[in-house]
Design a protein around this ligand. Structure first.
Ligand SMILES: [Zn+2]
Length: 132
C-alpha cells in the first residue's frame, strides 16, 4: 500500500507563504498554534475521512508532571504524550481523522489548548502528519 506523507519541520520565521498556506486549517489557524474547532470536529469525524498518523514536537518552559503525561490518554482518547531524552521536549502523537493534514495537526494541538491543565504553555517546533 502506498503511503502519502505530508510532513513539515517548522523552523521559526523561515516558512514560505506556500508552507504557511499548506498548514493553515479552514478556520485560519496555523496548525502549530492549534485549533479547538478542528479538535472538536475530529472527535466526531466522518469515518470516510482519511486517517492521519500525527506527531507534534513541542517545548515547555516547565516540566510536565508524570501524572499529567498519563492523564493525556484518558482525555485524549487515542493520543499519547511522550518525553524523549531531551529535557522540556515532548512529543504528542496519535491518530486523527480529518480531510486535511493541517486540520489533523491543528486538531491535535487544539487538544492541548483545551486541556491547559496538562500543558500550560508550549511552543510547537515540529509537526508531522502521515496519511495511513
Ligand atoms: Zn481549525
Amino acid at each position: 500500500m502506498r503511503r502519502r506523507v505530508t510532513e513539515a519541520a517548522i523552523l521559526t520565521h523561515t516558512q514560505s507563504p506556500a508552507a504557511v498556506r499548506q498548514w493553515t486549517c479552514p478556520h485560519a489557524q496555523h496548525a502549530r498554534h492549534g485549533c479547538v474547532t478542528c479538535y472538536q470536529a475530529s472527535a466526531d469525524a466522518d469515518p470516510e475521512l482519511p486517517l492521519w498518523e500525527v506527531a507534534v514536537w513541542f517545548t515547555t518552559t516547565r516540566p510536565i508532571p508524570i501524572r499529567a503525561l498519563q492523564d493525556v490518554h484518558r482525555h485524549g482518547r487515542r493520543f499519547t504524550l511522550d518525553q524523549p531524552s531531551t529535557p522540556l521536549v515532548y512529543i504528542l502523537s496519535g491518530q486523527v481523522r480529518t480531510g486535511l493534514a493541517a486540520e489533523a495537526v491543528a486538531g491535535m494541538v487544539g487538544f492541548m489548548l483545551q486541556n491547559r491543565h496538562i500543558v500550560e504553555e508550549f511552543n510547537v517546533t515540529e509537526i508531522r502528519a502521515v496519511h495511513t
